[in-house]
Structures are given as C-alpha cells and as structure tokens.
Design a protein around this ligand. Structure first.
Ligand code: ZN
Length: 266
C-alpha cells in the first residue's frame, strides 16, 4: 500500500472541503430577512381590499427575492417571542389593540426592529390614549380626510433620500383616501417628511373637503427604523408604476438600514 499516495489523497479531500466552506460562507444567506405583515379582515372593506392586494404585491416580491413574507390576522402575534424572528413588522390595515401588544411593539422598535405602516396604521384620535405611539408617528392626530377617495398630486420633499431618489418631482398617485394630521408631523425635529400632498389639490374632495394646510403623506421618524405611507385605501394602490417604485424603495430602505448590517450587501 502506498501510504504517501493515500495521505495526498486525504489532503486533496480536505482542501476541497475547505474551499467549499469558504465559498459557502462568502455567499449570501437565504432567506436574507423575514417580514411579518399584520392585517385584519374585520375592518372597512376598502382597507381589507388594500391588504389583500398588498399581500399579493409583497408575496410576488418575495418569490425569488430571498426573503420570507409571513402574514397574520392575529394581533396577539405582536409579542416578544414572535417578533424576535423578524427584521420587519408591517401594518397593512391595523394597529396594536391593547397595552400588551403596544408594549411588545415598543420594545421591538427600541431594540432596532423595523416598521412599515400603511394608511390606517397611523390612525389615532382622542380616545387612542397611547402617548408613545403618537410620538413614534410624529405627534399628528387624525384631523380630516377627503371624500370620496380620489387620485392626488403628490410632491417629493427630498429627492436625494434613498426612498424617493429617482422619482419625478411630482406625480399623480392613484385613488386613495388621504388623511391629514394635526399638528403636522413635519413640526417635529425627528420627523423627516419625504412626500406630501401638493397644495394644487385644494380644495380637495367633494363630500368631505380638505381646504388647505400642510399634508405630509410619507415620512420617517429618524429615531427609529420606520416608514409610514398614507396610501392604503381601495383597489388602486398598486396600479401605478411610480408609486410602486416608492413602495418598494421604502421597503428596501427600512430593511437596508438594519443596524445589524445591510442584508443586500452581504
Ligand atoms: Zn381609508
């Protein structure tokens, strides 16, 4: 038996295994991240319709995109144990219902969690009684809306931000019910408004009319990894390529700014 030859052979196998290990560790891990989207079926029909469309839209993005898109209509899933598996929590047409859920969400966000909220996810009024939630969203209480829902001319506030980069200076967004907030979240130092409703729309609405005022539509609270988009009412939200780009770039940005590292660069 030629022991030298066997040793060489063993060395060769070890080298191949080593090379394989190196190449595996230098490749991106899949899935790269996990998203948990909360939605309710027990809300206004136009909000349910939006959630269904949103789930389809993000599911399509997830297929082949290397991320997991989980959905739940059970708000009790908003707890520490469940949330620790996710890099992003999405609120499609709902918000935390009680103190336990609110506190779990606060802990998640204060520990670097990500949030992407649409439309009614930011809704609050005098009866909400959630000071932290109000601060998180920029201090704006629901003030008024246009009705019926309709398209709107939007303007980009910051064309250099990753969320809005590459968008036209203004565009016509598809039919939506648009919420105005008081005071405007723009008044807060830690709120960065990225997109607003153009004053060209005023008077805005037919039955319910918004006559004037500052009208932020997309913003982030710079103390957290979060973004809010006021879109989320009805079946037309994903019908416009420009708006879809905004929705995707916002998603990408919240994921990319994870303090644990940019998963898109791994
Ligand atoms: Zn609505």
């Amino acid at each position: 038996m030629n022991t030298k030859r066997i040793q060489n052979h063993k060395g060769g196998i070890a080298f191949i295994l080593f090379a394989l290990l190196i190449s595996l560790s230098s490749q991106a891990q899949f899935p790269r991240f996990k998203v948990l989207a909360f939605f309710s079926k027990q809300v206004e029909g136009d909000h349910v319709a939006f959630a269904n469309d949103a789930i389809k839209f993000f599911n399509d993005l997830a297929s082949g995109g290397g991320f997991v898109f989980d959905t739940t209509s059970t708000m009790t899933d908003l707890n520490d144990l469940k949330l620790k598996n996710y890099q992003l929590v999405m609120m499609l047409n709902d918000f935390p219902h009680n103190v336990e859920q609110r506190e779990a969400f606060r802990r998640y966000m204060e520990n670097g969690g990500g949030w992407y909220g649409f439309h009614v996810a930011a809704y609050n009024d005098r009866d909400t009684n959630w000071p932290w939630g109000l601060d998180f969203l920029g201090g704006g209480v629901f003030y008024r809306n246009n009705w019926p829902s309709m398209p709107a001319k939007l303007v980009i506030d910051d064309p250099k931000h990753p969320v809005t980069k590459g968008l036209p200076a203004n565009f016509i967004a598809p039919i939506n019910e648009w919420y105005q907030w008081k005071p405007s979240p723009r008044e807060r130092k830690n709120i960065k408004v990225l997109v607003s409703l153009s004053p060209d729309n005023y008077p805005f609405g037919l039955k319910d009319i918004v006559p004037d005022g500052d009208f932020p539509v997309v913003w982030t609270n710079t103390d957290y990894r979060m973004i809010y988009l006021n879109m989320g009412h009805g079946r037309e939200i994903f019908s416009d390529a420009t708006q879809n780009k905004l929705i995707i770039d916002a998603f990408r940005w919240v994921i990319a700014t994870d303090k644990k590292g940019n998963v898109f660069e791994k």
